[in-house]
Design a protein. Sequence first.
Length: 536
Amino acid sequence: MSGILSTRDCFAFIQARLGSTRFPKKILKSIPEESNTSVLCHIHNRLSTIFPKEQIVFLVPEGDTELIAFLNKKHYQYFVGSESDVRDRFRKACLHFNSKHIFRLTGDNPFVDLESIRYLYEAITYISDPYYSLSMVGLPLGMGVECFSADSLLFDLEGKAPERHTEHVSLHIKEHPEIHKQYRLSAPHLNQFVDLNPSSLRITVDESKDFELVCSLWEKLGTRDPLFGAKEVIQLAKDQPEVFLVNASVEQVTFPLPKTNGESKPVRIVYAEPSLYGSGHWERCKSLSVFLEMNGYHPIVSDKPDLQSKHLPQILDIRENEFPLNHLFYIDNLHHLPNKSNSSFFLPNPVAALTPGDLISYFSSPLSELDWNQSTIPGQILIYAGNLGKEESEQIDSYVLQFLNTNASLGKTNINSAVRIGGTPPITKEVQYIQRVSYIEFLKHIQTSEVVLTYFGQTMMESLSYGKKVCLLGITPIHESLGKFAEKELGIPYLGSFSELNENNQFPKVFPHLKIKLVRDAHLKILKWLESIYES
């Protein structure tokens, strides 16, 4: 693939059938029981936040008329294939839809972890092998997803396939790591859970006891956040372990597989606490973790350095904090400029001079470079407010609303609608409010918006990479100075601080249209640094 990935080539295939012997018609059971949201509906609802609906396909057996009728009623896409040869069902669906990368799910796992799908998506962008299998370890049973290439799915060894290969879609891939490159990634968003084995938790529906548990999880977690993930489930297991006793005795069928991971080289990635420094550090460190693991390292992502391991390579994305350790790499630390071998800037900064025509090296998730099939809504402004409080959130809303549905010029368009992510709930319905979204959903909101109002940071870079009109707000003294720098050196309009915003009744008329050239390569320097340490 050479690092090039089209989201249109990636399909979610969900194998589903009603003929379960242990728990018949389990996939049509509603969660909660009094609702009209079946197990399959939960799966589709979650996947729809990532995949276009035409790329979510239920793979059902021939003759399963009741299931087909249900899918037709819901307007869910499906593909009919062999009942006994499940692998053949997948292969024919793969050829029918011309899919190149397959995310495989099963119809009895209602609460798949969306955050994990994000990291698998990121990992695919780094794979050049035509034959591969990719999954994430350290998740509760039933919350994970596996991914493999169409080439691997369609690969055949000589001779008749054993029965286990026709019953289980990807066993022929996993049993032959000499052919199919095997990637088993650790979950970067779950590194903090070290005193509990997540795989001991069953979040799947094989028996009635399992169904009882998933209904309980919905009551405790889903009513607050319908897209809750593995992180919330594991935290609940730590806080209320008795909840998970209901299905602890249910056995799971497993297959012995060859060991695939060789000895990896440890590295610690330390991010700045999101509540204090915003979520940008946390998000990009998780993406950096995936990149390094795909390159043979074993990263641990934490908000604290390991002060006991003096010789462990540690990457610090925590502003200007310093520690007495031997092997440190600094990200965006003003005391360590990017002209050194052990430091890099993931964001442009006034301390590193820019000259006209410079390429700006930066880093973010590789997903920020992908087209998520979203069309721009003319006149829509996206406001990213992060962790801002009530007063600041309302102040931004008030500023934007004075231009809403007016003749105020915004380039060649007007502001017709406003969407705010983060901050506190607005006092007016004129601003569409979203408290929390997944990273992929966030990228989709950027793509659908014509203008993005944010502060200096990762969101600015991701919006610029999509060619969006960006304007900045100074939410702290540091962001004020960086905003002024961005306006002067990069041509990005700066609206001012909150006190200045009160008096500002103008909206920028000129935006840079890719006046600056962004190159997403700042992370490559870290790889060279690590190689030099482990070679010495």
